[in-house]
Design a protein around this ligand. Structure first.
Ligand code: SF4
Ligand code: SF4
Length: 382
């Protein structure tokens, strides 16, 4: 089997010219944008606009990367639109706050919202035979995903594949969390979503990634890389290896390896461009609550004992109720202008942690999980 090429290009800052040159080089390493995208019709560029957040927080795809990708796509496509469905706020608000709206104005592309959608059948789906996708995703001639490299409380990591979750409009995302509560089944659902969206090209903004308590409250982590491929699974696998993380600890990449849905194994990927060794990161922090995955098969009690639970920090909570609205099983109530979580009914999806604008929801490990952590760390030191 031919190896899947992934372009890896060094880019150490968001200086507009440096980003433009890096993105252009990455596309050239893959044969040029002309060979990757159709010349007829409109292309949809799909960044990560998770919430209305400033670019330096590393929560959203950086506007300079979006601008550089739109500029590349404009070389070939008849039209380019930029869109996403944020987890918090609306598309235009998130685009303005993140600088993406201005970046689009600079290059004459328009930002569109993902409010309306359409049922798309997927008979070959492993778990999910149908998706409700945003209209621009269905109508575009080609989709170019421009993801941000970040850790993620529930999946461990979010990049090129998980970025596509924003193709599901608004609050409907909560339904998928309710239907696919386990990490493994959620990961498999993401693979089906990938098959439904079929992005033509996937770009990963890892100039400054996020580690620790991502995807919203982690540490901006200079990484110095832009990755591009036609295979988003390969992009994520390469990025994680650069961070010193085995890709198959991420449920959707484990599922991809098992189902042959994308290049995960090192020998199936050809990294072109700059040498991977020059990017190696030694202390990339994965999020709390994401260890001991393999023990989850022991079910409910074990799940609650070994995964982190969301805990409201009363000093930080402003009573905005964003978490209440984003909780898929609706187990958060408000009392005296503070959020209160019913832990007995919590499914540990961490949407509240992701969406809280004040960073007032901590993910806290219980005694069993902490003991396991210490045991694993002591084995690693031997
Ligand atoms: S926990 Fe966060 S999202 Fe929930 S009410 Fe408090 S500040 Fe708002
Ligand atoms: S309380 Fe938080 S982690 Fe628990 S189900 Fe609600 S959103 Fe998910």
């Amino acid at each position: 089997m031919a190896r899947v090429p992934v372009a890896l290009v060094r880019c150490d800052s968001y200086d507009p010219e440096a980003v433009r040159a890096a993105v252009e080089r990455a596309f050239r390493l893959l044969g040029g944008v002309e060979s990757l995208l159709p010349s007829k019709g409109t292309c949809l560029v799909k960044p990560n606009l998770l919430s209305p957040s400033r670019p330096e927080l590393a929560i959203t795809t950086h506007p300079e990367v979006v601008k550089a990708v739109v500029t590349e796509v404009q070389k070939v496509a008849e039209g380019v639109v930029v869109g996403d469905s944020p987890g918090r706020g609306d598309t235009l608000g998130a685009a303005e706050a993140s600088g993406v709206a201005q970046a689009c104005r600079d290059v004459g592309a328009c930002v569109i919202s993902f409010d309306e959608g359409l049922d798309v059948k997927l008979p070959e789906g492993r778990l999910c035979k149908e998706f409700f996708l945003a209209l621009p995703v269905v109508q575009a001639e080609a989709v170019v995903s421009v993801a941000k490299m970040k850790t993620h409380g529930f999946m461990g990591y979010t990049g090129a594949v998980k970025n596509l979750y924003g193709c599901i409009p608004g609050t409907l995302k909560a339904k998928y969390h309710l239907r696919y509560q386990g990490k493994e089944e959620f990961g498999l659902m993401l693979l089906d979503l990938l098959a439904a969206v079929k992005p033509a090209v996937s770009v990963l903004d890892a100039v400054v990634a996020m580690d620790g308590d991502g995807p919203s409250h982690g540490r901006p982590r200079p990484f110095g890389a832009i990755l591009v491929s036609t295979d988003p699974v390969a992009v994520d696998s390469v990025a994680l290896r650069l961070a010193g993380v085995e890709p198959t600890v991420v449920p959707y990449l484990k599922a991809a390896a098992e189902h042959g849905a994308g290049a995960v194994a090192k020998e199936d990927v050809e990294v072109v461009g700059d040498p991977p060794g020059s990017f190696a990161i030694k202390d990339f922090r994965m999020p709390s609550g994401n260890r001991h995955r393999s023990l989850l098969r022991f079910g409910g009690f074990m799940k609650k004992s070994i995964t982190a639970r969301p805990v409201v920090n009363m000093m930080k909570c402003t009573g905005c109720a964003v978490c209440q609205k984003s909780c898929p099983p609706q187990v958060i109530s408000m009392s005296q202008k503070k959020a209160v979580i019913d832990h007995g009914r919590c499914i540990r999806c961490y949407c509240c942690h992701e969406m809280c604008p004040s960073g007032a929801i901590d993910l806290r490990m219980g005694l069993v999980a902490r003991a396991l952590d210490r045991f694993i760390d002591s084995l690693a030191r031997k």
